[in-house]
Design a protein around this ligand. Structure first.
Ligand code: MG
Length: 251
């Protein structure tokens, strides 16, 4: 069952989302060659707790950190640790926050120093595919119109979308119904209505879409070793269309 949110609930989610956005901004400011992902995790946790909010990922199914840090061929769910970022790396950071009983969830991929042109393109296309998805979140559209918007844009740009992991409803739980795949035919699934809140998160590989999970049971990597990028926002559909609740542009 999809739980539609009241205006008050969306306000609470906006407050959680604002912290998520600030953490991602702080991650971008902190990323530089030589920093470890564990240091980024500590910075994120401290900032989240400074708002008396909880890092949503810490302890989730025993995940040991406050953020996910996925470098280069790592797709999602990378565990922060002693690995140091190097010039030319890319890193996807996923942040979840719970505040006053409501969740915000977002991710972005950042560059470490100079990266190759094709790597920039992968990041741009992934980010833009999220924008295409958000444009598809309108009353009367169906759920799979969002999925199709991502796949269509990504594949037109000769990259591939990960099939095994999906976006999701969000609110009082971090993962609510419905699941939102990043691929599929348009015009299927439930009709989108005001009050729906979704975390949309395209994961895009430079090579094939296949992935595998490392022995740590968390880190998802591309099967062919190619680079992968990930962007995510929490979005609510209001009477004026989709509102990004994890936008860095909120005042
Ligand atoms: Mg998510």
């Amino acid at each position: 069952m999809i739980k539609l949110k009241s205006k008050h609930e969306i306000k609470l989610m906006r407050e959680a989302g604002k912290i998520v956005a600030e953490v991602l901004q702080e991650m971008e400011n902190s990323i530089k060659p030589g920093i470890t992902t564990a240091m980024l995790d500590k910075i994120a946790e401290k900032l989240i707790r400074s708002y008396h909010a909880e890092p949503a990922f810490l302890g989730y199914n025993n995940f040991p950190a406050s953020i996910c840090t996925s470098i280069n061929n790592e797709v999602v769910h990378g565990i922060p640790g002693l690995r140091r970022l190097e010039e030319g790396d890319i890193i996807s950071i996923d942040v979840g926050v719970r505040l006053n009983g409501y969740y915000g969830d977002a991710a972005a991929t950042f560059t470490v120093g100079q990266v190759e042109q094709q790597t920039h393109k992968l990041i741009e296309v992934t980010s833009m595919s999220l924008e295409k998805a958000i444009e598809a979140i309108k009353s009367g559209n169906r759920l799979s119109d969002i999925s199709h918007a991502v796949q269509d844009y990504v594949e037109k740009n000769s990259f591939s979308v990960v099939r095994n992991y999906v976006g999701h409803g969000i609110g009082e739980d971090m993962h609510e119904e419905p699941q939102v795949p990043n691929f599929g035919q348009p015009g299927r699934g439930p009709v989108l209505q005001e009050g729906i809140a979704l975390a949309i998160e395209p994961m895009v590989n430079a090579g094939s879409w296949e992935v595998k999970v490392l022995d740590d049971q968390w880190t998802v990597v591309t099967a062919d070793g190619s680079l992968s990028a990930h962007f995510e926002h929490t979005i609510a559909l209001g009477n004026n269309g989709p509102e990004i609740l994890t936008s860095p542009n909120l005042d």
